[in-house]
Design a protein around this ligand. Sequence first.
Ligand code: NAP
Length: 293
Amino acid sequence: MQEHIINGSTKVCGLLGNPVEHTMSPLVQNYLARVTGHNRVYIPLPVKADLEAAVKGAEAMGFLGCNVTVPYKSQVIPYLSEVDELAAQIGAVNTLVRTEQGWKGYNTDMPGLHRAMMEDGVEIAGEKIVILGAGGVARAVALLMARNEAKEIYLMNRTVEKAEAIAAEVNAKAGRPVVKAMALADYMELPSGKYLAIQATSVGMHPHTEEAVITEEAFYEKIHTGYDLIYNPADTKFMQLVKAHGGKAYNGLKMLLFQGIIAYELWNDTKITKEQAAGAYEVLAAGVERGVK
Ligand code: NAP
């Protein structure tokens, strides 16, 4: 691997957010710069206030690109010259790409999840899907599943009103009544059959590693594959329950990896190889081990 030399020609990318101290994106992005030989550097940019000035400042200083994270993924949209169709539908932008006019906003979180699922051989088209949770990520996941020909989607949340609002929105955008809202407690009312389950709640995240949003065995008998969007711990309680009932289980680290890889590809008009992606995955996994979140 090449040495990472920063000089007068180095192009800069950064992460706009608050807080950004625990981000793992620099690990991935700077690794990709080293293995591809691009003269790039990626840095965290804490934006405590005045997001508009930060976005314009990054443009004025000739930044190659930016990622955007909490709490600015929706707030950044008014400051962009263009928004990609998927990002507009999701209503959240996490990647800014330079154009002649200014910044174009993309969402690479959902394509990142899609690419991770494809890598893992997990199908969406024709599947009966359960999404656990109805937060910001679950909403975007429901849209992704609806756009990729899921057969039926059951959106289950502790607060059922939030699931109902998302179901109405996604069904309108998809043009078909594919999402049904349910309370978590009503999981036994799922129609018979086997499901792909996407775990999109925060339950089970480090340090609460012994918790799962549903613990009843009867639920896991319905699940053929479990995809937990949590990546710390690497083997969540939800994943353990899926596997204990004969299902396959995956965590959210590849989603995190591929959202970063897709951003890198957009900024550098390049394609990251399988070997480079595998190397970046190792770097990320080691970062989680060290407790960098
Ligand atoms: P959010 O908007 O805060 O939503 C949290 C969800 O968790 C809500 O549906 C909430 O239910 C549910 N929940 C929280 N505590 C619960 C409990 N004790 N019992 C039942 N349900 C509970 O969070 P988000 O932004 O959507 O993120 C969700 C998770 O996605 C994160 O925690 C993170 O692990 C994961 N994530 C992964 C990646 C990745 O790259 N892999 C990226 C982003 C996020 P109520 O509506 O009833 O409160």
